[in-house]
Design a protein around this ligand. Structure first.
Ligand code: AFP
Length: 358
């Protein structure tokens, strides 16, 4: 691998060479990269492309759709439906799985994606991304929603595109996490960040603190200790970031460490947080683990979660492994009532909260 010379195609051929089971996975990822290039072209035009603004419709998540939500979804479908590699697709923007049109052959892979993550940032020109996950389709018949309900540890590949000052593609096929930068002059992704590795320790955390009053006590405890800095039990100061674009947060963590949290909150106990398992948490979890980090619900490994529906949400804690382990320990101590000496005054009425939490 020549730094600065290796194209995505050459890299994927090398990574999947000799593995017959993965032979056409490289071809699928190259189709995804083609969709990402067209999305990058749309996103970078901004207001000049007439792509900004919202539509008067809501998606399956009950969120107002941005024009680019629809256009980027169409780009992913159009680039990946025809090559005979995919048996079906799940998108954040589609209520039901997308069936491959009859004129195209069906392939051996399932593709789940969020075509434009962080889209609430698009109108204010802040980085956004595309997140994707690849599973194997084992049946002969066309897939249905249950075909996608497999734990994240079964993913064959995962990745994201980050539409920032530069457009990057970061992906894994289970052999490390690697970053590519789009060279617009030649229209190719070039390997620029091989073997990304996350430091086990960090002093940087990312969470939307406006939800603080709705968090469970273990998250309260962890964030409270970070805010206390060197005057508290952590004996060092922390820094906070919140971009409200998961792809940008995860990329920062892959580049320099950190911990990202989007916990469940009592504001809406029906939903376990905001982020979706199949096409946000699971692909990010695979990338993070492949880079030596950890990804958890707070109470267990993300990649072991057994999905129950294609748009289900899940609490997310991911990043530097020692910090994720600490947050998991705080959840264990809370669940068995052993965190009493540390619990914040806000939650001293444990019996009240515990009744709510059960
Ligand atoms: P949008 O795609 O609706 O902008 O949501 C982005 C996101 O799913 C994720 O990328 C962010 O980390 C998170 O939501 C931001 O959520 P808050 O707006 O509640 O901070």
């Amino acid at each position: 691998m020549r730094y600065g010379r290796t194209t995505l195609s050459k890299f994927l051929i090398e990574q999947t060479r000799g593995d017959a089971a993965l032979s056409d996975l490289a071809a699928l990822l190259i189709d995804v990269a083609a969709a990402v290039k067209s999305i990058s072209a749309m996103v970078s035009k901004g207001a000049l492309g007439g792509y900004l603004g919202s539509l008067e419709v809501q998606n399956v998540q009950g969120e107002t759709q941005k024009k680019l939500d629809v256009l980027t979804n169409e780009a992913m479908l159009a680039n990946c439906e025809w090559g005979g590699l995919v048996a079906g697709m799940v998108s954040e923007e589609l209520e039901e799985p997308y069936a491959i049109p009859g004129e195209y052959p069906r392939g051996n892979y399932l593709l789940a994606f969020d075509p434009l993550d962080g889209s609430s940032n698009i109108d204010v020109n802040v980085s956004v991304g595309t997140i994707f996950s690849v599973l194997r389709h084992t049946a002969n018949a066309a897939p249905d929603a249950t075909s996608f309900l497999r734990p994240g540890r079964e993913q064959l590949a995962a990745g994201y595109a980050l539409y920032g000052p530069s457009t990057m593609l970061v992906l894994t096929v289970g052999r490390g996490t690697h970053g590519f930068t789009l060279d617009r002059e030649i229209g190719n992704f070039i390997l620029t960040h091989p073997d990304l590795t996350i430091p086990a320790d960090t002093s940087e955390f990312a969470i939307n603190v406006s939800n603080e009053r709705f968090w469970e006590p273990p998250i309260q405890r962890y964030v409270g200790e970070c805010k206390a800095g060197r005057s508290g039990v952590r004996e060092r100061d922390f820094n906070m970031r919140w971009i409200a674009s998961m792809v940008a947060e995860v990329h920062r963590i892959l580049m320099r460490g950190g911990v990202f949290m989007y916990p469940s909150f009592t504001k809406d106990p029906v939903r376990s947080g905001r982020l979706r398992l199949l096409y946000e948490a699971n692909p990010m979890a695979m990338l993070i683990e492949q880079a030596g980090g950890a990804a958890s619900t707070g109470r267990g490994r993300m990649l072991d979660v057994a999905p129950t529906n294609i748009h289900q949400r899940v609490p997310v804690v991911l990043g530097s492994s020692n910090e994720v382990a600490r947050i998991e320990r705080y959840h264990q101590e809370f669940d068995c009532g052993a965190d009493q000496p540390y619990v914040s005054p806000l939650f001293n009425e444990r019996s009240l909260y515990r009744q709510e939490a059960t």
